[in-house]
Design a protein around this ligand. Sequence first.
Ligand SMILES: Nc1ncnc2c1ncn2[C@@H]1O[C@H](COP(=O)(O)OP(=O)(O)OP(=O)(O)O)[C@@H](O)[C@H]1O
Ligand SMILES: [Mg+2]
Length: 593
Amino acid sequence: MSTGSAELQREGRIAILPPAVADQIAAGEVVERPASAVKELVENSLDAGATTIEVALDDGGRSVIRVSDDGYGMSRGELLIALERHATSKIRTAADLVGVRSFGFRGEALPAIASVSQLEISSATADGDGTVVRVSGGSITDVASATRRTGTTVSVARLFYNVPARLKFLRSARSEWRSAADSLIATALCRRDIRFGVSHDGKNALSLPPASTMRIRLAGVWGAAFAERFMDVDDVTGPIHVSGLVERPADVGTASRRVFLSVNGRPVRDAGVVRAAESAYRSTVIPGVRPSLFLEIILPADVVDVNVHPAKAEVRFRDRWSVERAVEHAVRRALGEPSSAPFMGARSWSFTPAEPLSRAAVDVEVLGSRTAPADGLFSPGLAPGAPLEAPARGTDDAQGSLPVDVPPLVQLRRTYLMFERGEGVVLIDQHSAHERVLFEQFMNVLERGAAPSQRLLFPATLHLGAAEADAFESNRDMLQRLGFEVEPFGGNSIIVSAVPMPHPRFDALRCIRDTLDALTGDRLPSAAARHERLAATVACKAAIKAGDALSLAEMQALFIGLASTTLPAHDVHGRSTIVQITWDELERRFGRR
Ligand SMILES: Nc1ncnc2c1ncn2[C@@H]1O[C@H](COP(=O)(O)OP(=O)(O)OP(=O)(O)O)[C@@H](O)[C@H]1O
Ligand SMILES: [Mg+2]
C-alpha cells in the first residue's frame, strides 16, 4: 500500500514510478470492471473458509459492491498488512504455486481494489476484537475498533473514481450487473457447498442454499425446468476426470446458451475445451447450433498452470490435446445413453435393463464391434429380397449372450415402434432410428473399408444435370466404398452396375439421384466432414420410411441395430430417435397419483 510519500527514483530519462501510480497500473490488470472486483472479493471469502457469502451491488456495482462472509476473519495487524502489495497468507514459496488449492495466491487483489476506490473493510477473528479500516485511492484514512461477528465485510465504493480513463469505459449499470452476476453464478456453480445471497439495488437477486449436485444448483439459479434439460456427464480418461451436465440434443437451441467450465475447482474460460465438447454433438444437432454446457475437469495439479492470466480466468494445460479429447469423449459417451433422448417424466431406461446406466455404454460398444458392417443386421451386404431378420431369440447361444434384451415390440401407425422398458413406455421413430444405424455403418465403411454390394442384373443408366454430375465426380470414390459401382458414361450420364442393399425396400437408383441432388454445391473442408455429409445423406435416403410396415423380425433387427450404435437416441439431423414416457408421468396424467 503506498502512502504517496516515496521519493521519485530517477536516472536520466528513466524514473521508477511512485508506488501509488504503480498500484493503479497493477490494478488495471486485476480489476477491469465491477465484476472483477466482485470475483476477487468472493474468492477471498471462500479462501477464508466462509460457509455463507452475501453480496450486495448498487448501480451494477459502479457505486457500491459489498461482500460479507462468515470466514475466519483478520486481526487488526493482518488487516493492515493484507492491504500491502504481495501480502498473502496463501503461499510462501514459488513451489507452493504448483497445485495451489486456494483461489488467491498473488497478494494483489485487495491493494489493487484499494488503489482505485474508496474501500472499507471490517473484520474480526473468533478470538479477537473487530477492526474497521478505511482506504481512499490507496491511502489508509482511518483505523478503528469495531464490534462485529467473526468474518469480514468489504465495501467498495465508487470504483475507478480516481481513474477517469477506466471510469469512461464502464458500461451501463445493467450490463455491469449482468457480468457481475455471471461471475457470481460461475463461482456458485463451482462451490455448491456455500450458501450465497446476492442482491442488486436492494432487491434480492439470488438466494442459493448449499446444493449437493450441479443439477440442484442449476435449478436454484435458473429454475427446475432449465435444470431438466441436461444429462449427466461423468467419465475418466487416464488421469482426467470430466463431470457435469450437458444439454440434451433435442433441447439445444431452444433457450439462451450458457457455458460453464471449471478446472480443478476454478471457473475458467477455454475456447478449445468448449469446442471439443461441442464437437461431441456432431451428427446429433444441426450444425451451427451450440449446446449449453456445465463441465468440471479435475486433473493432476502439476499438468496445469493456474498462474497465466491477470484475472485467473484462464489456465494453461501441459497437454491440451488430451484434455480436449477427454472432454469430447465424456460428452460423446453421455450422448450415447438413452437418457439423452427427450422424455416425459423423470426417469430413463437403458438398453441393458439389468445393469446400472453407466454400464450400458460399455455393453453397447461391445455389441457395436460384433455387428460391424460386414455381418451387421442392417449392413449394406444383405442380399436383396432377404428379410431384415433378427436372430431367433433365446434359441441360439450367440443371441443369448447379446447384452441387448429385445422386448416385445409393436408398430404404431407404420411409423413408430413401441415397447415397455424399465420405468415406462418407449417410442422409436423407425425412420430416424434406421437412419442412425445406417449412418454409423456407412461411417465405419468410409473410414475403415469397403462395403459389399449387390451386382445388378441389368446395369442402369442415369442421366444427371450438370451440378449432379459434378457432385458425382467429387463423391465418386466414397460412393464406391459404400458399395455403389458407378462409372461415367459420356456426357452427364452414369452407369450403375452394383449397389449396396441395406434392406429389401431399398431403391438404389432413386437413392443415388437424391443423394447427388443433396450434395450439389458442397465444398466441405475435411475428409471427415465429407464422409459425415455423404453418410448422413445416403443414410437418410436409404433408411426405411414412415409408412413402411415392418415384420416382427425387422422390428427386432432395427432395435438391435439401434442399440449397437454409439448414439442410439439421436438421428443425424438433430432430432430424437426415441421418446420415453415414464410410468410416473402416465400415472399423473390418469390421476392415479
Ligand atoms: N474475506 C477475507 N477473510 C479473511 N482474510 C482475508 C479476506 N480477504 C483477504 N484476506 C487476507 O488478505 C490477504 C490478501 O488478500 P488478496 O486478495 O489481496 O491476496 P490473495 O487472495 O492472497 O491473492 P490474490 O491476489 O491472488 O487474490 C489474503 O491472503 C488473506 O490472508
Ligand atoms: Mg485474493
